[in-house]
Write a protein that binds this ligand. Structure first.
Ligand code: GUN
Ligand code: FE
Length: 469
């Protein structure tokens, strides 16, 4: 039986097994038969390497208390995956409507779909199914866009809290009548701000959310969809509330130029002027960010949600990932559901690898090899995994994505021997080879268990799940 489990009240727990994670970009740390102890608060107390003095006694104590989870042979404990860019309402559109450029896609398919979330029953059913699917794919933290509708976006927050998925959620703000249809937009800048405030208050006051597992995010959809007044109001609200900010930035040629023409500035410079660029800002895509804008982003400490699969359809170019990393920009990964047709961050890690190789080699055989690509653009598999985990944590400015004291115990068990697995691990494979095989080949059947803040939130076989206390 495959299915969801409802999270239980957490206890201190311990996990014994082989750990694979990337605390440093591009470098694997592998801990064979390590013991990770997680407190009641869902935060890691200690990571004991195999044979460290307290490990055996602690493991015995937890075994006795029924709070020890022991991984089987062929199973690996990895940090939970972090998705920095999900449009929750676009879930029904996954794998469709990929035949138009961004500006037409929004008007023809996406705004009509998002308008349907005025219907709360429709919203609840879609959002339940999405959170289910993301957890089953190993996504322990998601940065969501909702719709303009306050009740539907509140429902998304309720569902994430009940299922214990760590989530940062924004009610989408968009009021510009020249870009947003009358049937789907904020009536005025003032009402857009008021509904954003109401959503922040709702999430911060949700019973059961004292630990801020769910956080509100200020979400101007993108500059073209928002009036100057709305952007100014949201910038002031970002300062006042301390909330994260998310928006799309320099995604496509059209978007990049639109902002230049309207504001006389690049997207990044305009966001800075509106007060929307800070350490808590996550810019989706950013394909055309360059020059002085890189410096602006680095000084602000803002981050980029790289969405490599979506970029194939909407961006007109490959994101210069390595260039950004080498300039000190914080980068993680996003699915951009449904611009990207996969709910899996592992898939997107592969796509990030592939895109970086395409940028390096170039793609047009009519050009000479020397002129075809951009040298030194490739990333390696460990960097792709880092983006999916630790990199995402850094973008969010949260202690997520690695196993270390003080970090949240958000984790997945990858079972390389699961039925339906495409992985083939050989006895002599080194840990780095195993992780590389997981990055390239693991899929939903391999995601055995998922924990968020020490709570078991998904078990592939509910009957076989470790008991929770
Ligand atoms: N820019 C503004 N809205 C959207 C959206 O929903 N998806 C993508 N990919 N880009 C956008
Ligand atoms: Fe998007």
């Amino acid at each position: 039986m495959t299915g969801a489990v409802l999270p239980q009240i957490p206890a201190a727990r311990a996990f014994l097994g082989t750990v694979l994670h990337t605390p440093v970009r591009g470098a694997l740390e592998s801990l064979r038969d390590a013991l990770i102890v997680c407190g009641r608060d869902g935060v890691i107390d200690a990571v004991h390497p195999h044979g460290a003095p307290p490990a055996a006694a602690l493991a015995a104590q937890h075994a006795q208390a029924g709070t020890l989870t022991v991984l089987d042979a062929g199973q690996y404990l990895l940090p939970g995956l972090i998705d920095l860019h999900v449009h929750a309402p676009q879930w029904p559109q996954l794998g469709t409507a990929l035949d138009e450029p961004l500006e037409l896609w929004l008007q023809k398919y996406t705004f009509p779909l998002e308008a349907r979330y005025a219907d709360l029953d429709f919203a609840a059913a879609v959002y339940e199914s999405l959170v289910d699917a993301l957890l089953a794919n190993g996504t322990t933290t998601a940065l969501y866009y909702g719709t303009v509708h306050l009740p539907a976006t509140q429902r998304l927050a309720d569902i994430c809290l009940r299922r214990s998925q760590r989530a940062l959620i924004g009610r989408v703000a968009m009021d510009d009548p020249t870009q947003c249809p009358a049937y789907y937009r904020d009536a005025t800048a003032a009402s857009g701000e008021a509904d954003t405030r109401a959503f922040i208050d709702y999430v911060r006051g949700m019973p059961g959310n004292a630990g801020a597992l769910i956080e509100p995010v200020i979400t101007p959809r993108f500059i073209p969809a928002c009036s100057d007044e709305l952007l100014r109001r949201l910038g002031a609200l970002a300062r006042e509330s301390g909330c994260h900010v998310q928006t799309h930035c320099s995604e496509s040629d059209w978007e990049h130029r639109f902002v230049q023409d309207r504001c006389g500035l690049t997207d990044t410079a305009a966001l800075e002027r509106y007060g929307l660029l800070s350490r808590r800002t996550v810019l989706a895509h950013g394909n055309f960010i360059d020059g002085a804008d890189i410096g602006r982003i680095v000084s602000a400490g803002a981050g980029i949600a790289h969405c490599p699969l979506s970029n194939v359809y909407f961006s007109d170019a490959v994101f210069p990932l390595r260039h950004m990393l080498e300039h000190g920009v914080h980068v993680g990964l996003g699915t951009d559901i449904a611009g990207g047709a996969s709910p899996s961050i592992l898939d997107n890690a592969r796509h990030a690898l592939i895109a970086s190789r395409r940028l390096e080699s170039g793609v047009d055989p009519a050009l000479n090899r020397e002129r075809r690509g951009r040298a030194a653009s490739r990333i390696d598999a460990l960097t792709a995994f880092w983006l999916a985990t630790a990199g995402g944590g850094i973008v969010l400015d949260k202690a997520l994505g690695i196993f270390a004291p003080g970090y949240a115990f958000d984790a997945i068990v990858v079972d390389t021997r699961a039925s339906g697995s495409n992985l083939r691990i050989d006895a002599q494979d080194a840990p780095e080879t195993i992780l590389q095989k997981i990055i390239y080949g693991a899929a939903r059947p391999n995601i055995r268990n998922v924990w968020v803040a020490g709570r078991l939130v998904y078990a592939q076989s509910a009957l076989m799940a470790a008991p929770e206390h």
